[in-house]
Design a protein around this ligand. Structure first.
Ligand code: HEM
Length: 353
C-alpha cells in the first residue's frame, strides 16, 4: 500500500529534525574546539603553542617535561589553620607525592639551559581531599594573563617575523622584569636549594567563614649556593637529578611552607606583580622529601598537578591563570597518557634509580 501524503510529510519532518540536531551538535563541537573562531584562545591552542619546532616529545608533559618523582610528607604545625580550614593545614602529618621539574617542553634539555625550575605537590588529607600545586622558582610570572602567555609562546617561536619578540616586549613591559630576573638572579646547583612560589593567588577560608587572599611559597632549608652557568654546564646534562637523588639518599630534604597574606588592594589577578615584601607571612609547616623515584616508573608520572584541585578552605581567586592552567594541563595529560608507548615504563637497561 502506498504511503499517504500525511505520513510522507511526517517522515520528511522527522528527517529535517534529525538533520537539525546533527548540525547543531557539529556546530557546538566546532565552537568548543575553536574551529569557528581562529582567534579564540582554546586549551588545545595553548598546548600546541608550547611545542618546539620539531614537535612535542610524545608521551611527556607538554611543558615542564623533564622531571623526577619523589614521596614524602607535609608536617603541618597548624599555624595557618586560622587562615584556612583545609584539613592538611591542621596540625598533623600528611602524605605527599611530588615532582621536581624543569620549565621546558624538551625532556632531554640539558639542565644548565633551563632557567625555570619547578616543584609540584599533591598533599592528601585523611578524608581523601587533595591540595595540588605546581610552583616555580621565579618571584613573579613573565606575563599578566593567559592570553599574553600565548602571545609570548607565539612570538618566541615566530620564524617569519624577526621583530616578533621586540614587539611583544614593547606591548608587555612586565616581561622586562622577568628578563631582568632571568639574567641576574643567581643559579644554584640543586633542586634542594630553590624556593618555589605559587605566584597565582588563591582564597583561603577559615572555620568562621572569613576569606583571605593568599599566595604561598616553599622555602628551602638548604642554603642556596650561587653557581655560574658555565660551572653547571660542566656538571653534565642531568646533574640536577643526580644531585637530588644523592642528597635525599643521605638525608631527608626540607622546605618551609610560607603563606603570604594579601593586604586589601594587592593585585590578585596578575601573577606578574609580586606583592610588597612586608606582607604578613605565616610559616605553616615543613615539606619533607624522603624518597626519589625516576619518572618512567615513578608515582608522579601519571599525575596531573592541576592547580585547581583544592581542599575545602581553599579556592581560586580572580586570578585567571589557574582555570587556564587546569584546562591546558588536562589536554597535555590526555595526550601524554594516550602516548604511553612512546615513553616506555621501563627505561633501557632497567634502570629504575
Ligand atoms: C596559561 C599559562 C600556563 C600554561 C598554558 C601552562 C602549561 C603547562 C602544561 C601543558 C604543563 C604540563 C601538564 C601535564 O602534562 O601534566 C605544565 C606543567 C607545569 N607548569 Fe604550567 N602552564 C601555565 C602557567 C604556569 C604557572 C603560572 C606556573 C607556576 C606558577 C606553572 C608551573 C608549572 C609546573 C611546575 C609544571 C609541572 C607540573 C608537573 O610536574 O606535572 N605553569 N604547564
Amino acid at each position: 500500500m502506498a504511503d499517504s501524503p500525511s505520513s510522507n510529510g511526517s517522515t520528511v519532518r522527522s528527517l529535517v529534525l534529525i538533520a537539525v540536531v546533527v548540525i547543531v551538535l557539529i556546530a557546538a563541537f566546532a565552537f568548543t574546539a575553536g574551529w569557528l573562531s581562529p582567534a579564540r584562545l582554546t586549551p588545545a591552542r595553548l598546548v600546541n603553542a608550547l611545542a618546539p619546532p620539531n614537535g612535542p616529545a610524545l608521551g611527556f608533559r607538554r611543558n615542564h617535561a623533564k622531571g623526577i618523582c619523589f614521596t614524602g610528607s607535609f608536617e603541618s604545625n597548624g599555624a595557618a589553620a586560622d587562615l584556612s580550614k583545609a584539613p592538611m593545614l591542621a596540625q598533623g602529618s600528611y602524605p605527599v607525592t611530588g615532582r621536581f621539574n624543569l620549565g621546558t617542553p624538551d625532556p632531554k634539555a640539558p639542565d644548565a639551559t633551563v632557567r625555570v625550575r619547578g616543584l609540584s605537590l599533591r598533599i592528601v588529607a585523611p578524608d581523601g581531599s587533595e591540595w595540588r600545586t605546581a610552583m616555580i622558582n621565579p618571584p613573579f610570572f613573565p606575563v599578566a594573563t593567559p592570553q599574553a602567555f600565548y602571545g609570548l609562546l607565539k612570538a618566541s617561536g615566530d620564524k617569519t617575523d624577526p621583530d616578533a619578540m621586540k614587539n611583544f616586549i614593547a606591548a608587555h613591559p612586565e616581561f622586562g622584569h622577568f628578563a631582568q630576573w632571568a639574567g641576574s638572579a643567581p643559579w644554584t646547583g640543586s633542586f634542594a636549594q630553590e624556593r618555589y612560589n605559587s605566584l597565582n593567588s588563591f582564597i583561603f577560608t577559615n572555620a568562621a567563614g572569613q576569606d583571605q587572599a593568599v599566595r604561598w611559597s616553599f622555602v628551602p632549608a638548604a642554603q642556596p649556593e650561587a653557581v655560574s652557568v658555565d660551572q653547571l654546564k660542566a656538571r653534565g646534562d642531568d646533574f640536577l637529578d643526580a644531585d637530588i637523588t644523592q642528597r635525599v639518599h643521605s638525608a631527608p630534604q626540607r622546605w618551609t611552607l610560607v603563606v603570604t597574606v594579601a593586604n586589601p588592594g594587592d593585585p590578585t589577578a596578575d601573577p606578574s606583580q609580586a606583592w610588597p615584601d612586608d606582607r604578613r607571612k605565616v610559616q605553616a609547616g615543613t615539606l619533607v622529601v624522603n624518597t626519589i623515584e625516576s619518572e618512567p616508573d615513578g608515582p608522579c608520572r601519571d599525575l596531573n598537578f592541576d592547580p585547581t584541585v583544592l581542599p575545602s578552605g581553599m579556592r581560586v581567586s580572580d586570578d585567571p591563570f589557574p582555570a587556564a592552567r587546569s584546562a591546558a594541563y588536562a589536554v597535555s595529560f590526555n595526550r601524554r597518557t594516550a602516548e604511553e608507548k612512546d615513553y616506555p615504563r621501563h627505561p633501557a637497561g632497567g634502570d629504575t634509580q
